[in-house]
Ligand binder design. Structure first.
Ligand code: SAH
Ligand code: SF4
Ligand code: F3S
Length: 435
């Protein structure tokens, strides 16, 4: 009998969960697990979950429900819940879904191999502590497998901002930044495995601060890594956007001209009720300074419509702000009340009004996205070739502005940066020809 156990991991939520899932696969890989593509082949299923909106959390329970038959057929099958639902709901998950053997919060992943072992004799295991030690220090490093050209790298985690709608400060804990030397080493390691572009991740990535280094310095030093061609970072908070970071956009060639800088609302009343600590005007002036440093920068944002207390005039202020900024890309959501957050107990905007506002906002945001894509037609852009496209003989890559770009090329081009003349724009991508 072989010792290899089969692990199926399903990841929900933000990019940090993608990074964390990779680390958990590494940790369990050192313990004899190899990953499989479907849950029915697995000896262990791990859901890395998201709690940001009600729908995200509910998805997890419907997925778990689907595993009942699998577990009946294979009683040894282990089912684990990781991530932000694990942190927020803890043992409640096992009460609601007794199939679950293991619940592990985002700060306890380094203990996962040990936890899995403890489930072997049928025990239910929970760990949602926020330990003092850095989980990344304790995670085993995987074999030096080849990687896709673009990778995530978590540099900061947690949030001290406590926006009135948001669960993240409760699920991820307080802001912690990882030491710069380790991050530079991890970047070098990624490059050795074929990575050309890294996206530095943090819930408040621009609040990064460790050993006296701020994010701008980390980016400048990382840019000296041979073979690393592109650096991005996400997600930033407007109040942490320092002059040093703005300058870096103008001075560091490898730092890509794209910035995700969520504002959530264009109304000062709503911003205040959200506990965002800045006005719409301050945000717009900040964007002016960023655009002065890097005129071609593509901006992206997040919006919440129907926050408690938002009236039609507040909502129009959001539309006005969007009309002024003209985002290259933006994400918008209906407010979802999250248990335990300050806004959850306030008087809510009706579902119909939320839906109607979301549709109006998305119409404008889509128009702007399309206009930005159209403005690329005729331009020649450096594109990082990533993977096979939809059709044979086609590859898809990434523009500096984060567009997916389709063009004719063969798979040996993966990992290279090629010049592509843009000829077409579709709903969520560009197409062109190599020049
Ligand atoms: N750290 C990031 C965002 C994390 S969550 C930041 O500060 O911007 C990603 C996005 O989800 C948020 O920007 C917000 O637009 C949205 N979001 C967060 N909580 C939400 C809620 N309760 N209801 C609806 N959308 C929410
Ligand atoms: Fe949530 Fe606000 Fe922190 Fe972003 S800054 S993670 S929205 S509390
Ligand atoms: Fe979701 Fe947690 Fe990320 S709530 S958005 S997975 S930090």
């Amino acid at each position: 009998m072989s010792d290899t156990k089969k692990l199926f991991v399903k990841t929900y939520g933000c990019q940090m969960n993608v990074y964390d899932s990779e680390r958990m696969v590494d940790a369990l890989g050192a313990d004899g697990f190899e990953t499989v593509e479907t849950p029915d082949e697995a000896d262990m299923i791990l859901l890395n979950t998201c709690h940001i909106r009600e729908k995200a959390a509910e998805k997890v329970y419907s997925e778990l429900g689907r595993y009942r038959k699998l577990k009946e057929a294979k009683p040894d099958l282990k089912i684990g819940v990781a991530g932000c639902v694990a942190q927020a709901e803890g043992e409640e998950i096992m009460r609601r879904q007794p199939l679950v053997d293991l619940v592990v919060g985002p700060q306890a992943y380094h203990r996962l191999p040990d936890m899995v072992q403890r489930t072997d004799n049928g025990a239910k295991v929970i760990d949602t502590d926020f330990p003092e030690e850095d989980k990344f220090d304790h995670l085993p490093r995987g074999p030096k497998a080849r990687r896709a050209p673009s990778a995530f790298l978590t540099v900061q985690e947690g949030c001290d901002k406590f926006c009135a709608f948001c669960v993240v400060p409760y699920t991820r804990g307080a802001e912690v930044s990882r030491p710069p030397e380790r991050l530079l080493a991890e970047a070098r390691d990624l490059v050795e495995r074929g990575v050309v572009e890294v996206t530095l991740l943090g819930q408040n990535v621009n609040a990064y601060e460790a050993d006296g280094w701020r994010l701008a310095k980390l980016i400048r030093e990382m840019a000296r890594t041979d073979g690393l061609e592109r650096i991005r970072f996400t997600t930033s908070h407007p109040n942490d956007m320092g002059d040093d970071l703005i300058e870096a956009f103008g001075e560091v060639d490898k730092l890509m001209p794209y910035l995700h800088l969520p504002v959530q609302s264009g109304s000062d009343t709503v911003l205040k009720a959200m506990n965002r600590h800045h006005t719409a005007e301050e945000y717009l002036r900040l964007l002016e300074r960023i655009r002065a440093a890097r005129p071609d920068i593509a901006l992206s944002g997040d919006f919440i419509v129907g926050f408690p207390g938002e009236d039609e005039a507040d909502f129009r202020a959001t539309l006005d702000l969007c009309a002024e900024v003209r985002y290259a890309q933006a994400f918008s959501f209906k407010y979802s009340a999250r248990p335990g957050t300050p806004a959850a107990d306030r008087a809510h905007v009706s579902e119909e009004v939320k839906s109607e506002r979301l549709a109006r906002l998305q119409e404008m945001l889509t128009d702007h996205q399309m206009a930005f894509q159209q403005s690329m037609i005729g331009k020649t852009l450096p594109v990082l070739v990533e993977k096979q496209g939809r059709e044979t003989g086609q590859m898809v890559g990434k523009s500096p502005y984060l567009h997916a770009v389709h063009f004719q090329a063969d798979s040996t081009m993966a990992g290279k940066i090629v010049q592509v003349r843009v000829e077409g724009s579709e709903r969520n991508s560009l197409s062109g020809v190599c020049v």
